[in-house]
Design a protein around this ligand. Structure first.
Ligand code: FAD
Ligand code: SF4
Length: 588
């Protein structure tokens, strides 16, 4: 029997990036907030201590901080004609678990999506005609870059992001990203120092007439105090960043930016090692009454709340909606239904490895987001009229993960083990650099999320089923990017250049990226979106769904800058509009 608890103003599922932002903003608005978090409590001094944090085997290989499939697994298949099988180990993507969520062990790239990414259907149809995009299931987001500009700014200043503006109030600034949307002010801290590999890439890109700039990073180039009064330290370029907590208070995470303030508030409480099982609706089905959760001891509780926020990471938000009967599940056969629709990923197949002689790249010096990037082939920043695809990629070269277990560049033809392999690694480690293309991912009818008909979790609830393969459009895009990488790579005169190409058949085993988007998308039409422009469920008006599940399409950029901006946008809407007049903020 579930124990019924006293009602709260706000109940949040998950205390990662979005949960922490919403909790901070809504407690500031005077509301009584409880966050229910599946994983353990985590803090810098106790959990990311410098004495044991750089343990590559524990954190990067054995994935100590991540969600384990024993706790919550998923099934996957490439198309509806296949039977989905459970992922026995998370590989392709690594969901977070515990206070801070994936915000603890992320790299720290803080991008703003391009203005056109928010209205892709309108933009591409206008520029290239409806036929060109007919194989895609595009929708506009119902919110524009200009509306979100101040929210992007808020997230960048919260995290102390290091970078250089390229478009300040419409004025282009050399050395910054001149292809970005207009911003009202510069980043709060200057860019990180560029490593040698990036300086060579910058030189090559400039020689080709392209526009390189330092990637915006929540790995701080200098000490910083954020608007909440929380101090952060200067990054040491320690190289144990992606998959690790930062021992140095230098990576923008919920722990280093919000929690020191939030945890002191009397109107905030977090319950850890407590998993939300279901959202309970009132009999009319139009508002939510409570959430049911279970704690570590197996005790079940019902926590009533006036406002319920799903902040559990995109994939988990979608599963929770489906398990709770919220909204209409998407059906790929008819194209109807919104929950599970437009699931996208990130198209990562294009890459280049360059091997030189006599260089010293020192790849052990690095940060999660230390790189130089070009946006010249990203989104719709370039003309696609004579190309056979839409979309693009950010092309980057940096220094991030040159660690002893995971990083072993070798020339082509090297045996995969033994003394020859060891010799090749020793010779190549200092002489090699990589250039990567992080590609957009656009929605098609057959890529979606639903509940698996066969496999269940330990509570007997169906697992989430991921049906996904890289759409043909995105494969063509990635191959075009491989061509660009080849041109840039050749111009750098390496001894050896290897360029990889994308192919069909998404594989859930090798790590690619934890940038899962869509499934509970935002939009102006309840038939093609699960939430309105304020992240409010079209069907259950006191339920808001945060995170990248809202994206109608994924850009050639990491998502969390946009996730953070949308979180501030929703907090503002709840504070300034919903609290004054609870109910649907947009008529359905
Ligand atoms: C290795 C790695 C590197 C990354 N690097 C970057 C990067 O450089 N730039 C970038 O933009 N993005 C990056 N990301 C993605 C980024 O971390 C996420 O976009 C971001 O954390 C999403 O925020 P969120 O609040 O939606 O989810 P999270 O921060 O993951 O928080 C969700 C929380 O909800 C909890 N939860 C889930 N289900 C339940 C439930 N049923 N009950 C209770 N609690 C629940 C989870 O335990 C978790 O703590 C990276 C991710 C990974 C894993
Ligand atoms: S590279 Fe910098 S931000 Fe990342 S963990 Fe090390 S000190 Fe922290």
């Amino acid at each position: 029997m579930a124990k019924i608890l006293p009602r709260k103003d706000v109940v949040i599922m998950g205390l990662g990036w979005t949960g922490a932002i919403l909790a901070q903003e809504l407690t500031d608005a005077g509301l009584d907030v409880v966050a229910i978090e599946r994983g353990p409590w985590r803090d810098t001094a106790t959990d990311f201590n410098i004495g044991y944090m750089p343990d590559e085997l524990r954190f990067a290989v054995r994935k100590d901080l991540f969600l384990s499939p024993a706790q919550e697994a998923m099934t996957m298949r490439n198309s509806i004609s296949q039977t989905a099988m459970p992922m026995r180990d998370y590989g392709s993507f690594l969901p977070g678990n515990g206070v801070g969520g994936a915000g603890v062990h992320w790299n720290g790239f803080v991008w703003r999506f391009h203005p056109s990414d928010f209205a892709l259907k309108t933009q591409l149809t206008k520029r290239y005609g409806a036929r060109r995009v007919s194989e895609l299931q595009l929708e506009d987001w119902g919110v524009s870059y200009d509306e979100l500009e101040h929210c992007f700014d808020q997230f960048e200043y919260l995290t102390g992001t290091s970078g250089k503006a390229g478009n300040l109030n419409g004025q282009m600034i050399e050395g910054g990203n001149v292809l970005e949307g207009s911003r009202k002010r510069d980043y709060p801290t200057p860019p990180l120092k560029m490593p040698y590999a990036s300086t060579l890439f910058i030189e090559a890109a400039k020689n080709m007439g392209l526009h390189p700039f330092p990637a915006p990073a929540a790995n701080l180039s200098r000490p910083y105090v954020n608007p909440l009064g929380v101090s952060m330290g200067q990054c040491t370029y320690c190289g144990y960043c992606e998959r690790f907590g930062c021992a140095n208070y230098s990576k923008g995470t919920p722990q280093t930016t919000i929690l020191p303030v939030l945890m002191k508030k009397k109107n905030f409480e977090v319950r850890t090692e407590s998993e939300v099982l279901k959202i309970n609706l009132h009999p009319d089905g139009k508002t939510a009454r409570s959430v049911t959760y279970v704690d570590r001891a197996g005790q079940e509780y019902e926590q009533p709340g006036a406002i319920i926020l799903l902040c559990g990471y995109g994939l988990m938000n979608v599963r929770m909606m489906l398990l709770s009967g919220i909204g209409h599940p998407y059906d790929p056969a008819s194209g109807e239904g919104a929950v599970g629709r437009n699931y996208c990923y990130q198209t990562q197949g294009a890459g280049a490895r360059l091997i030189f002689e006599g260089k010293h790249f020192n790849p052990f010096i690095g940060t999660g987001a230390l790189s130089a990037t070009i946006d010249d082939f990203n989104g719709d920043a370039f003309d696609h009229s004579k190309l056979d695809f839409v979309g693009g990629a950010g092309i980057s070269c940096g220094s991030s993960n040159g660690r002893p277990i995971g990083y072993h560049p070798t020339p082509r033809g090297t045996p995969r083990w033994g003394s020859k392999w060891k010799k090749a690694v020793a010779e190549t480690y200092q002489n090699s650099l990589g250039i990567g293309a992080q590609g957009s991912s656009y929605p098609v009818r057959g890529n979606y999320l639903d509940l698996d008909p066969t496999y269940k979790d330990r509570f007997g609830r169906p697992l989430l089923r991921v049906t996904f393969d890289f759409p043909d459009n995105d494969i063509r895009m990635a191959n075009y990017m491989s061509d660009q990488l080849e041109k840039i790579g050749r111009s750098m005169n390496p001894k050896e250049l290897t360029v990889s190409r994308a192919s069909k058949g998404w594989n859930s085993v090798p790590y690619q990226t934890t940038h899962n988007t869509g499934g509970a998308t935002m939009g102006a039409n309840p038939k093609t979106s699960a939430i309105n422009r304020y992240s409010q469920s079209w069907d259950v008006s006191n339920l808001f769904v945060l995170g990248a599940s809202a994206f109608q399409n994924n850009a050639g950029k990491n998502p969390t800058g946009t996730v953070g901006a949308l979180a501030y946008w929703t907090a503002e809407a709840i504070r300034d509009r919903y609290l004054k007049k609870p109910g649907a903020l947009v008529p359905a």
